[in-house]
Design a binder for this molecule. Structure first.
Ligand code: GTP
Ligand code: MG
Length: 139
């Protein structure tokens, strides 16, 4: 399951995991892919909708917390990662330099993600390794 703010790269991450190139459509509800649940940003923007995220997570083996490298303000509630029974990973998208921005790292750490992973592109070799690792969780 993939969560994150608008434009953080959720649908791109879903395409990466599913090995497809679907158009990056915007929808009001969760989008199911072969291996993914792409959760609308809106569910994170509104505390009254957190429960939808928690319900969807009951069928997930891992929750990916996405954050854009360019983020200014975190959308995640403090320690949100602790709300999930399954494993949690944080991915920082759109990293341009050698390391991710302090704002993106702080955002993920504050929400309880242990070791945020910086990624410049889902097409990278590191991304391919991570993808294999994530797909293993499903088998
Ligand atoms: N350079 C770069 N661009 C990215 C990356 N991930 C996503 N993008 C771009 O960022 C934009 C938003 O990506 P989406 O995957 O649609 O993001 P989203 O989180 O699904 O957005 P919403 O559905 O609107 O909440 C698109 O133009 C992507 O091509 C990345 O790792 N690197
Ligand atoms: Mg999307």
């Amino acid at each position: 399951m993939i969560i994150g703010a608008r434009n953080s790269g959720k649908s791109s991450a879903a395409n990466w995991l599913n090995g497809v190139e679907e158009p990056l459509k915007k929808r009001q509800d969760a989008i199911y892919g072969k291996y993914t649940i792409d959760v609308p940003a809106q569910y994170l923007e509104n505390a009254s909708m957190y429960r939808y995220i928690l319900t969807l997570a009951q069928t997930a083996v891992c929750v990916l917390f996405l954050e854009s490298n360019q983020v200014r303000e975190t959308i995640y509630p403090p320690n949100f990662a602790a709300s999930f029974n399954c494993s949690v990973k944080g991915i920082i998208t759109k990293v341009t330099g050698t390391k991710p921005s302090d704002s993106a790292v702080s955002s993920l750490l504050a929400t309880g993600v242990k070791t945020p992973i910086g990624m410049s592109s889902f097409a990278s070799k590191e991304a391919a390794v991570l993808r294999e690792e994530l797909l293993q969780l499903l088998s």
